[in-house]
Design a protein around this ligand. Structure first.
Ligand SMILES: Cc1ncc(COP(=O)(O)O)c(C=O)c1O
Length: 383
């Protein structure tokens, strides 16, 4: 009665934990939620009346033009005709899955990687080939071996302030990844919702800007810089792939919310936009530093971590190998939420003992109290 792929349908732990964290008194380090106090105003009073009507699948021309301008500034030559507005970048991931994946299709991903991409690729039957991540990115010999041995349909990478690790590929790694994808002719899917959340000066040219010939898809989002509730993201793609993505979007939902696109376009073009980004960066840098200090105070000797140069997460490796999904149950009893590491690993063989901690959402006092409590729970955890 149901489709064959329903057997591969899995839940998304983040979304399940999110319901719990909305309870009063819970300190949440779980979701990648922007801080409410730095969200822009949502003023929809002046939405032009014609935007109540159906729109084009590709999206509102003004917004597409602004996005293309931004990509050109980053070095990725792109015309507005290569930009498709989506309902969050998560929809871009769904369209990518439909574009490339049949049961058994080889897909190259980082390990760990974004769990909702794993969920989507897995639903369509992807066979994962995983590239272990280090703070400077993926290993070049590893990439070469995977590209030649498995001929993946595409490589899904999050090079800038990765989710969950917070790692940012170094400049040389970006150049080498682009060179290898060009040589193998393997399409790149580059997912970059965290690009603007940069707290240090680091090299982060998009890899798609460094490609000479390989097909590419770039996923962007207004969820982390604007507001996630509006569900506005975008896909930009090389001309060979773009028309197919547009048809897939047509079949999925005709087009994205027009008043929300209007808002996003005004937001991007407003004189206050760069000041807003600066405010976000200042706030999140300071939260990151508060969490770094709390981790050093309470988790030294229990775990290790890197301080991320951007993004929203600390990726913490406990010195003991324990199932962090079980640890989460204990933490929830104390009204603390975090993301267990296991679901971010695409292979069946999931390493244990990793936690992803978000630092943008909870306030400074809550971060200190939450990390102190978490450390106590880890110390008292059996095994
Ligand atoms: C790597 C990555 N891609 C895509 C998304 C989806 O973002 P949205 O659909 O809100 O644009 C997220 C959200 O956290 C993410 O971390």
């Amino acid at each position: 009665m149901l489709s064959e792929r329903i057997q591969r349908l899995s839940g998304n732990l983040i979304r399940e934990i999110l319901a719990f964290t909305q309870r009063e008194g819970v300190i949440s380090f779980a979701g990648g939620l922007p801080a409410m106090e730095v969200m822009p105003d949502l003023d929809l009073d002046q939405v032009p009346p014609q935007l109540r009507q159906y729109g084009t699948t590709e999206g509102e021309p003004e917004l597409r033009a602004r996005i293309a301008e931004g990509l050109n500034r980053l070095g990725r030559a792109c015309s507005p005709d290569q930009v498709l507005i989506t309902s969050g970048s998560q929809q871009g991931i769904d369209l990518v899955s439909k574009l490339f994946i049949d049961p058994g299709t080889p897909v190259l991903v980082e390990t760990p990687t974004y769990l909702a991409a794993v969920q989507s690729f897995h639903l369509f039957g992807a066979r994962f080939f995983a590239l272990p991540l280090s703070p400077s990115g993926i290993d070049q010999d590893d990439l070469h071996a995977r590209l030649t041995a498995h001929r993946p349909a595409f490589a899904y990478l999050i090079p800038t302030f990765q989710n969950p690790s917070g790692y940012c590929y170094s400049g040389p790694t970006r150049i080498e990844v682009a060179r290898q994808l060009d040589a193998a002719g393997v399409p790149l899917v580059e997912d970059e919702p965290y690009r603007e959340l940069r707290y240090e000066s680091v090299e982060c040219t998009p890899i798609c800007a460094l490609l000479a010939s390989a097909p590419w898809i770039y996923l962007g989002s207004f969820s982390k810089t604007g507001m996630p509730g509006l569900r506005i993201g975008y896909v930009a793609a090389s001309p060979d792939l773009y028309p197919l993505l547009v048809r897939l979007k047509q079949a999925a939902d005709l087009h994205s919310n027009r008043p929300a696109q209007w808002w996003a376009s005004r937001f991007l073009g407003s004189p206050g936009y760069s000041a807003h980004l600066q405010r976000l960066r200042d706030r999140y840098r300071s939260r990151r530093d508060v969490m770094a200090a709390a981790l050093a105070r309470h988790l030294s000797g229990l775990a290790r971590w890197e301080i991320p140069a951007g993004g929203l997460f600390f990726w913490v490796q406990l010195n003991r190998v324990l199932d962090t999904r079980v640890l989460l149950k204990k933490a929830l009893e104390h009204d603390i939420a975090f993301m267990p590491g296991e679901p971010f690993f695409p292979d069946e063989d999931r390493p244990r003992g990793f936690l992803r901690l978000n630092f943008s959402h909870a306030g400074d006092d809550a971060i200190e109290r939450g990390i102190a409590t978490l450390a106590q729970i880890i110390r008292g955890f059996p095994g």
